[in-house]
Design a protein around this ligand. Structure first.
Ligand code: DGL
Length: 269
């Protein structure tokens, strides 16, 4: 089999990047890892996150992948430099691609970022945006309830739970004057219908997983590593019982995903 692209996250969020990668490069094989035994990542300390991130990445070494997409804003903000040092193949996180896109699309220079507690506390999105353009004004907000509501399936456009929490977290963003909002945690685009409905058409949403997927696609094409052997296939792994993951993944991806295998990454899962 041709080499695959490895994509990982704590749970369902990284599927937002998988969806984009599959659309951009339907011939590629993707191996997805959701660390569902330890989701959510966003409330953890940087030390714990670095440990989890190393174990996630090591899983892909055994799979002999040709590139790795860290489809997790939390890990991308706190552990990417460590992962880059360890990784023998191309590795991309979501922060830099999302920041680049936001800096490109904003018209009034006011960019808002929503992400997990750990990602916002790291300040990495703000740093990356200001490094691209020091005149940008950045508003950052943690939305810690978004991941649990997604992982529990409350993500339909008219879902009353999603609506209530979106309104509570995003009122401040709506009135801030920002014309661009980075969905800095890959779970958040799954709530896009509710977020769009609340914010209206005047704020452009930047999907961090999607932007990172475009970057990986660019690398695969430029380095001439495209899979030439026909239609690609995806394989999914999780670290906890797969029965909770499968229906929600299929609901979001709008297709059957086949068998999902359970793997163990470390002593604590
Ligand atoms: N989807 C991940 C992120 O982008 C992880 C969120 C979590 O597990 O808290 O941050």
């Amino acid at each position: 089999m041709e080499k695959a692209i490895g994509v990982f996250d704590s749970g369902l969020g990284g599927l937002t990047a998988v969806k984009e990668l599959s659309e951009l490069m339907p011939n590629e094989n993707i191996i997805y890892l959701g660390d569902t035994a330890r989701v959510p990542y966003g409330s953890r300390s940087p030390e714990t996150l670095v440990r989890f991130a190393k174990q996630d990445l090591e899983f892909f070494f055994e799979q002999n992948v040709k590139a790795v997409l860290v489809a997790c804003g939390t890990i991308s903000t706190v552990a990417l430099p460590v992962l880059k040092e360890m990784c023998p193949v191309f590795i991309e996180g979501v922060v830099s691609p999302a920041a680049k896109k936001a800096a490109e699309v904003t018209k009034n220079g006011k960019v808002a970022v929503i992400a997990t507690n750990a990602a916002i506390n790291s300040g990495e999105y703000g740093k990356e945006l200001r490094a691209i353009n020091s005149d940008l004004s950045v508003i950052e907000k943690a939305c810690p309830m978004f991941v649990p509501i997604v992982e529990n399936g409350y993500f339909g456009k008219n879902d009353p739970v999603a609506k209530l929490i979106v309104e509570d977290y995003l009122s401040e963003i709506k009135s801030s004057g920002a014309d661009t909002l980075i969905l800095g945690c890959t779970h958040y685009p799954i709530l896009r219908p509710a977020i769009e409905e609340f914010l209206g058409p005047d704020i452009t949403l930047v999907d961090s997983g999607k932007e990172a997927a475009k970057e990986v696609c660019r690398y695969i094409k430029e380095s001439k590593q495209e899979n030439e052997s026909g239609a690609g296939g995806n394989v999914y792994y999780v670290t906890d019982e797969p029965s909770g993951f499968i229906p929600l993944a299929e609901l979001f991806l709008n297709k059957k995903i086949g068998e999902v295998k359970k793997v163990s990454l470390g002593d604590d899962n």
